[in-house]
Design a protein around this ligand. Structure first.
Ligand code: SF4
Ligand code: SF4
Length: 366
């Protein structure tokens, strides 16, 4: 499962071949809500518009084919996917949104599909599209938790036995350019996290960025290397054993169900749009939506996480003591020094030192 760094080049032992045009074939036909496509429209670092209009120096020209955002419909839209399959759209990045159902657990019908096979008149299953396009893609990217790890659709008791991209293709899968699957989880994906990752891959395709650094869950390390708690506005309350017991409080939310201390996500640092938001920062508990174990391992939502009972109990004495001591110091430093007052007596403690300037070279007075 670990993602070993590999060179981003089609030919071994040769310099990467920079590209000038890249197509993005974006499938939203997994089991999902199109929420990741909608979320990404709010990105600003960079925005979709900046990427598509060539506003970023060094980036190849980008041609986006996403059914939620495209002007084309029907066959006019689908033609790019057939061109990709035939190798006429090289290079392209395949983005998958929505979880991937197991189509092998039944004898008839299908769970998810996109387009119609002109020969048979039957829908083309999403799994078929992934099978056709993934081997030809420069890179394969999972957008959102459904595509990366399965998400809500993949919870216990679901009838589709759906899964994430790496579960479907294999955790050791590599693209023809040698890249592992790149996972950008989130429910939905944080818009700038996705666009930043896509931009990184495009710079890599242009030959001016090194191999994208990924963690064992195939997430970009610079985005998912820290926990929600480590960036949370409320972390000081946690440390001081000062917890909210109802919503609407500005204190730490762990007692009302926040999983932030054990969840890899950067929205408390990054915010959601224009730096504003980020679940606990604005009053929402973290339910672990970026995690492979989501949602089952974080349910029932709104209950205090079992581990938090232990860690907060360990804080009881320390936190209360620190809070009391800080309150005393806070009270002290909120007062002014006593010498700041009117009067005829100098009470600052200033003591002129006799001969204080003796060591200086004496001036000659003409
Ligand atoms: S609200 Fe959640 S993330 Fe923030 S300090 Fe409390 S436990 Fe940590
Ligand atoms: S803070 Fe938690 S719930 Fe919010 S986006 Fe991050 S992982 Fe998901």
């Amino acid at each position: 499962m670990p993602a070993e760094p590999v060179p981003f080049s089609r030919k071994k032992d040769s310099a990467p071949a920079p590209v000038t045009d890249v197509h993005i074939l974006w499938i939203t036909a997994g089991l999902g809500c199109d929420g990741d496509s909608v979320s990404v429209t709010t990105a600003e670092q960079p925005s979709i518009e900046d990427v598509l209009l060539g506003a970023i120096p060094g980036l190849p020209r980008v041609h986006l084919h996403n059914p939620v955002l495209a002007y084309e419909v029907g066959d006019d839209f689908m033609k790019y996917f057939y061109q990709g399959e035939r190798g006429e759209l090289d290079p392209f990045v395949l983005v998958v949104e929505g979880s991937i159902p197991n189509e092998d657990i039944k004898d008839e019908g299908y769970w998810a599909a996109m387009g119609t096979d002109p020969k048979t008149g039957q829908p083309i299953k999403t799994t078929e599209w992934i099978d056709r396009l993934a081997p030809k893609a420069l890179a394969v990217v999972g957008a959102g938790t459904c595509a990366t790890y399965g998400g809500i659709h993949a919870m216990a008791g679901n009838p589709t036995q759906c899964m994430g991209l790496a579960d479907y293709l294999g955790w050791d899968w590599r693209s023809k350019a040698g890249l592992p699957i790149v996972n950008v989880p989130g429910c939905p994906v944080q818009p700038d996290n996705f666009m930043e990752t896509l931009t990184y891959l495009l710079f890599q395709a242009a030959g001016i960025a090194p191999m994208i650094p990924l963690d064992q869950q195939l997430r970009p390390t610079w985005l998912f290397g820290k926990t929600v708690h480590e960036g949370c506005d409320r972390a000081a309350y946690y440390e001081q054993d000062d917890f909210a017991i109802e919503y609407g409080s500005s204190k730490c939310l762990v007692k009302v169900g926040c999983w932030g201390p054990v969840v890899n996500c950067n929205v408390t640092k990054r915010g959601w749009m224009r730096g504003i938001g980020g679940c606990p920062n604005v009053g929402g508990i973290c339910i672990g939506c970026t995690m492979p174990g989501f949602p089952d391992m974080f349910m029932p939502f709104m209950d205090e996480p079992s581990g938090a009972r232990f860690s907060t109990a360990a804080l009881t004495v320390y936190g209360k003591l620190i809070r009391a001591l800080r309150a005393i110091t806070n009270n002290t430093v909120n007062g002014e020094p006593e010498w700041r007052q009117r009067g005829h007596e100098l009470i600052t403690g200033y003591q002129p030192k006799a001969g204080a300037y003796r060591s200086r070279p004496s001036r000659k007075i003409a």
